[in-house]
Write a protein that binds this ligand. Structure first.
Ligand code: BGC
Ligand code: BGC
Length: 851
């Protein structure tokens, strides 16, 4: 009730005209005043040949359309909504020109929706855009989706290795083929637009998006960017160009996404103009020459100025100097971070050169405020017309005005192509070519298949881990084996070949074998993540706390040779694991074709090598965990394994023992959780507040408030004292206090939840409970969660999530949370807590208003 009222108030605050932008700016101090060193001289940037000569007939059609469109219709073309927040009816009414499906948005809100549902929704949106019954012009809608490593939002699609793995292949022809297949599979579900390729040149491997980049080397990125765009779109000028078997590409994220200080996602890129141009823009030159139809603006800033508001780079450089003739699309509410803007109001971004704002959940406000800006002249009609022209030209190049609905196009509904055998064969080849061999002591590899093989490690039979982020869900979390009908785990591939050759294979994730093996393959690695959720403080693998090292050592102690296969989105410091294992393979995030690993690790039945290692590092491998920005070509370059390293079977693979000094203090390694195994993490304090209001900070595993109303004890989970149990006999609250305020703007924008891993043993007698956050003096937000708690299974551990947007709607300033979590309830309640963290992985959620 209270939440709903506050939500209303928040809606009313939503600015609808130019005047309100200043208030919004006060709420979102995301951008600093631009620094002087961020000056740009377009004349020093490369000139590119845009491959489309002026098409007089198309220009005539654009002119004609434009002349007949109302201002409302024009504005509809430059605002893009997300399918989680817009309906076909909205498109019919507002005449929007485009929708997207974000990583976490799916038909019916189900991440595993069937391909048929995607296609039906594509038809419904298209039909709405073509429906002129309420007046207005029929302008076909385009649907953009993150088909980042295959059509990776759709169950059954072929999942290619993430870009970091493709970088290791050094094979542009293969990349072309992957792009071509991705386009085909994307068309089956009705979309004609992918937000790919990412041509970031990541310079700091702590960045959570490192794996989306092909390489730290601009030349390597450039060698892929153009061919990938051509594979997606077809060759400009040919008949196949943007036909029904191809999709339009958006090259992203322009510009400097891989160069932010500290490797911070959405951060500030403070490099020189020359580095911005020669390193970070390298991929755009061939991509524009190949005719990329869209470029996506980046979240990052250049010397304090957000790219979504950067006129010199978006307009003077990209459009004028580099002759980019497609349109510039924004990133997910990226415009809202420009100084003076909010998610629902930002003329500045269009004036700087953006042509289509990605306003996922904010499209209506954005539409209305943009309309007001055009009427007021704060967004000149000329600029609006130019943006619309660019979008219409793309639609004409795709021949969309002449096309039937998505399901009636050449590949619409051809779902047998999703995960088709010939597509999977290409993905499997990509896996083989992406594997990088770092150590092969005594030539233990390749293994004979006629052996007793143990396959261990939690990555061995784990498609989610193998595929990484941007797979069915945004973070790639929360999936099950059934979600991957057309896929083989690494275990599947090894078992099949070993058994076919007369050997025996056993899977034991924890290494506890039944049959004593001749050799073990241990597959382990990072949990899936996407964007800022994957940012790290250093390159320690899981902060040095994973159990994988013990697993490898235990097998070695048993006298069993170990081949380690590491799944990750970046090189990490693993010297201890590398020392402990006999062979070490960097497998990146291979995707659906785990069988490609067996193809390389195992000999064939005749004892011959099936496939030798081909992969070469496209990112330098660190000697210490503090070498996160050690890139080849730099002074003081001192990696453990240099850019380009990768053994083959012909090489001597012996490696002298490596130093096990990480170079960082593992204790200081922060995780992104606030409360872990019953203990507040570094920088946070656990506080108990009694029913009388008296507060006490807790340091011991057991505590009781002075008034006796709230008592805490340590309890065991799968680990000793892995949680804290709280018992209320009066009112009172459990609070997590942050020593310095936490800025959760990005998390809030990205639909992240506050997730508590908890066990409800008894409900409060009066049924009342609240989740509270604090944001400084006189700033807090409170959500009733009594009903949500009552619905949880009692006596069982579960994960309950509250969307950060709900807390913002309830009045929290998410940019400065000094109490990111508090649970207040009353007599009778008994609740245990083991972990609290910002996350997208939960089993139950609190229903609340997000706006
Ligand atoms: C990401 C983009 C992505 C977009 C749509 C953003 O947050 O930065 O890479 O294309 O969302 O999902
Ligand atoms: C969306 C992603 C997007 C992210 C932005 C998520 O909720 O699903 O597509 O990239 O937010 O941070």
């Amino acid at each position: 009730m209270l939440a709903a009222a506050l939500a209303l108030a928040a809606c009313e605050r939503a600015p609808a005209g130019a005047g309100a932008a200043a208030d919004a700016a006060a709420e979102q101090p995301a951008e600093r005043v631009p620094g002087a060193s961020g000056a740009i001289d377009p004349a020093t940037w490369p000139e590119v040949q845009w491959p489309f000569p002026t098409d007089a007939e198309a220009e005539r059609r654009v002119d004609e359309l434009l002349a007949s469109m109302t201002v409302e219709e024009k504005v509809g073309q430059i605002v893009q909504g997300d399918i989680a927040s817009i309906t076909p009816e909205d498109v019919r009414k507002y005449r929007l020109g485009s929708v997207l499906a974000g990583g976490g948005s799916d038909p019916g809100g189900r991440y595993n929706a069937a391909p048929e549902e995607w296609l039906a929704l594509a038809d419904a949106f298209w039909e709405a855009s073509m429906d002129t019954s309420g007046g207005g012009k029929a302008i076909p809608l385009i649907w953009g989706i993150d088909a980042m490593h295959g059509q990776s939002n759709i169950v059954g699609a072929t999942l290619f290795p993430h870009n970091i793995g493709l970088g290791a292949t050094r094979n542009p022809d293969l990349l072309h083929e992957i792009a071509r297949i991705t386009a085909i599979e994307t068309r089956t579900t009705g979309m004609e637009w992918t937000f790919a390729p990412t041509v970031a040149v990541p310079q700091d491997d702590r960045w959570g998006r490192t794996y989306e980049g092909y390489s730290e080397d601009p030349g390597l990125v450039a060698s892929f960017a153009g061919v990938f765009v051509e594979g997606l779109q077809g060759k400009p000028g040919s008949d196949e160009f943007l036909d029904d078997r191809h999709v339009m590409s958006s090259v992203k994220h322009f510009l400097g996404d891989g160069g932010t200080s500290g490797g911070k996602d959405q951060g500030d890129t403070e490099v020189s103009e020359a580095v911005l141009r020669d390193v970070h823009a390298a991929g755009y030159v061939p991509a524009i020459a190949a005719g990329a139809q869209a470029v996506m603006a980046s979240y990052n800033s250049f010397h304090g100025r957000k790219m979504h508001g950067h006129g010199p780079l978006l307009t003077d450089v990209l459009k004028e100097r580099m002759n980019f003739g497609g349109f510039v699309v924004g990133d997910w509410n990226g415009h809202g971070q420009v100084r003076g803007c909010s998610n629902t109001d930002c003329a500045q971004t269009f004036n700087a050169g953006l042509d289509m704002a990605m306003a996922p959940d904010s499209w209506k406000g954005m539409y209305e405020s943009t309309l007001a800006h055009v009427r007021a002249g704060t967004l000149p009609m000329e600029r609006l017309d130019d943006a619309v022209r660019r979008i219409l030209r793309v639609k004409l190049r795709m021949g969309l005005f002449e096309k039937p609905k998505p399901s009636a196009r050449a590949l619409g509904g051809r779902f047998e192509l999703l995960g088709a055998a010939e597509h999977r064969a290409v993905a499997r080849r990509a896996v083989r070519e992406s594997l990088v061999l770092l150590k092969n002591q005594g030539g233990i590899l390749p293994l004979s298949p006629d052996t007793k093989l143990l396959v261990a490690g939690d990555g061995a039979d784990n498609l989610g881990k193998q595929a990484g982020g941007w797979t069915l869900t945004w973070q790639g979390d929360g999936t099950t084996r059934e979600d991957f009908p057309n896929a083989d785990s690494i275990w599947d591939g090894l078992r099949e070949q070993v058994e076919a050759a007369g050997g025996s294979a056993e899977l034991a994730v924890d290494g506890g074998y039944r049959t004593r093996p001749d050799v073990a393959v241990v597959v382990f690695g990072e949990e899936p993540y996407a964007e800022f959720q994957g940012d790290l403080p250093d390159l320690m693998f899981e902060g040095g706390r994973s159990g994988d090292l013990e697993l490898i050592r235990k097998l070695k102690d048993d006298g069993i040779p170990v081949v380690a296969v590491f799944l990750s989105g970046r090189p990490l410091w693993l010297n201890r694991e590398i020392n402990a294992a006999d062979a070490f393979v960097a497998a990146w995030l291979p995707g659906s074709e785990g069988g490609g690993v067996a193809d390389v690790l195992l000999r064939d039945a005749e004892g011959d090598v099936q496939h030798d290692f081909k992969g070469k590092l496209s990112f330098s491998w660190p000697r210490r965990a503090d070498q996160f920005a050690n890139n080849h070509g730099q002074e003081n370059y001192d990696p453990l394994f240099a850019f380009g390293y990768g053994l083959t079977y012909g090489d001597d693979g012996d490696l002298a023992p490596l130093s096990e000094e990480p170079g960082v203090d593992p204790q200081s390694t922060r995780s992104n959780s606030w409360f872990e195994r019953g203990v507040a993490t570094t920088g946070l304090t656990l506080r108990l507040v009694g029913g009388d209001g008296d507060a006490m900070d807790v340091v011991h595993p057991a505590a009781k408030t002075a008034d006796g109303s709230l008592e805490m004890t340590a309890i065991n989970t799968e680990v000793q004292e892995g949680a804290r149990a709280f018992a209320w006999s009066g009112g009172g609250a459990v609070q997590l206090r942050s020593n310095s305020p936490l800025d959760l703007e990005r998390e809030t924008n990205g639909d992240v939840f506050v997730v508590a891993t908890l066990r409800v043993d008894a409900l409060p007698t009066d049924g009342e409970a609240a989740l509270i956050v604090g944001c400084g003096e006189d700033c807090s937000a409170e959500l009733p969660i009594g009903d949500a708690l009552a619905q949880l299974p009692q006596g069982e551990w579960t994960r309950l999530g509250v969307q950060l947007k709900c807390l913002r709607a309830a009045g929290a300033d998410v940019a400065r949370l000094d109490m990111p979590f508090a649970l207040r309830t009353g007599a009778g309640a008994r609740i245990a807590l083991s972990r609290i963290a910002p996350s997208t992985d939960f089993e139950h959620k609190v229903d609340c208003a997000t706006q």
